[in-house]
Design a protein around this ligand. Structure first.
Ligand code: TXA
Ligand code: MG
Length: 369
């Protein structure tokens, strides 16, 4: 497995690891505190401790150590085939609260419970015939199912944002699988970025956002899919809540009928609340469906790129949507890091993974709050 340049994997001891436990301060409202991350839970005073985030190359020993850190209430980032997730023990409300705080995430946004296999998923959610079909066809893999929660589901109410449903996923990444097997309980994991930033597809991206805010990063190299999982609700008629790393066409082929589209509720509350319009936001402004870049713009190309004097990155010179999805977030980050203030994005075909890519681009282009 790959290490991250500039970051030394450290030899951890479990006591010093779960430093994030120091950060939780209960409030009268029972939600996330805005307390400084380096403050003591009992005195509120700044602690004289440097909270360091360790980076561990993913091997059997570090996976076992990471599982122990999770079980002790720690916050760990780990690779999945889609993007890096920031994991916490789903049943540990305090750990989940610290997770929301570390991300700066609106507390009403529910999290996906990650489990090692279908048997574990059945203990979390109730599967109807469609859910069974989809799990059999696509798990492990980049598909999240929203299901009625089991009466004895152990996922904390905070992680479910008080809903009666639960989002469940069995990731295909071997490191994620080994970790979930070792923890042997559901792990909630949003993408391991600060809220409003683009999702991380390498350990270095995670560190850029969350250094000092989480216990450790398990480095398993770059994610292969590169966009988040596709979310399908199986609460009634199967409904696409978020396009993602599994193409809609593949899902519809297995179901034998089209997916319903999520109706936008009258009060404008998003159905998958994470689908806030400016969720995936680079610092630069994006101009979508650009035929040609203008002076002063950086270019995010797809397929054959027009000549351009400014910074240019190509999602897939050969016009492959799978390759483009895998490069999307890292190219957006790289163009941001180049200092570009405006990015022209060429047209991406709206088929296969193009649906998810266009969805993320539209969010990235939305006006910032
Ligand atoms: O690929 C992925 O799905 C990554 C990796 C780490 O697994 N995770 C991820 O999590 O993208 P997150 O938290 O960034 O996005 C989860 C989405 C949010 O939009 C949330 O609102 C939605 O899932 N969600 C979670 N539970 C839900 C529920 N019960 N009903 C509807 N939407 C739900
Ligand atoms: Mg996210």
């Amino acid at each position: 497995m790959v290490g991250v340049a500039g970051f030394e994997p450290a030899t951890p001891t479990s006591r010093t690891w779960c430093a994030t436990r120091l950060r939780y301060t209960p409030t009268g409202r029972g939600l996330i505190t805005a307390a400084p991350l380096n403050a003591s839970a009992t005195t509120g005073k700044a602690l004289n401790v440097e909270l360091a985030t360790k980076v561990l190359a993913a091997d059997a020993a570090s996976i076992a150590d990471t599982a122990r850190c999770l079980a002790e209430g720690g916050l760990v980032a780990f690779p999945t085939e889609t993007v890096y997730g920031l994991g916490a023990d789903a049943g540990n409300g305090e750990a989940v609260a610290r997770l929301y705080a570390a991300k700066g995430r609106p507390a009403f946004n529910p999290l996906i419970a990650h489990v090692a296999d279908l048997a574990s998923a059945r203990r979390v959610g109730v599967f109807n015939a469609d859910a069974e079909k989809l799990a059999a066809a696509f798990w492990p893999g980049p598909l999240t199912l929203v299901l009625p929660k089991q009466p004895d589901c152990t996922v904390s109410d905070l992680a479910l944002a008080g809903l009666d449903s639960v989002a469940v996923r069995v990731p295909a990444h071997p490191v994620a699988h080994a970790l979930l097997k070792a923890v042997a309980r559901p792990v909630v994991a949003p993408s391991a970025n600060r809220s409003g930033h683009v999702s991380p597809t390498t350990a270095a991206h995670v560190l850029g956002d969350l250094t000092g805010r989480i216990d450790l990063v398990l480095d398993g190299g770059p994610c292969t899919v590169g966009v988040e999982s596709t979310i399908v609700s199986c609460l009634g008629e199967p409904t696409l809540l978020r396009p993602g790393g599994l193409a809609r066409e593949d899902i519809e082929r297995v179901l034998g009928r089209p997916l319903a589209l999520a109706a936008v509720p009258e009060d404008d509350a998003p159905i998958a609340p994470g689908m806030l319009s400016s969720h995936y936001a680079p610092k630069a402004d994006l101009r979508l469906n650009a035929a040609a870049p203008r002076a002063g713009e950086a270019l995010l190309a797809f397929g054959p790129a027009p000549p351009h004097a400014g910074a240019t990155l190509n999602l897939s010179p050969r016009g492959d949507l799978v390759e483009a999805a895998a490069n999307l977030f890292s190219h957006l980050r790289a163009l941001d890091a180049s200092g570009a203030r405006h990015i022209a994005v060429m047209t991406i075909p709206h088929e296969g993974l193009g649906e998810a890519i266009n969805d993320r681009l539209a969010r990235a282009a939305a006006p910032k709050p």
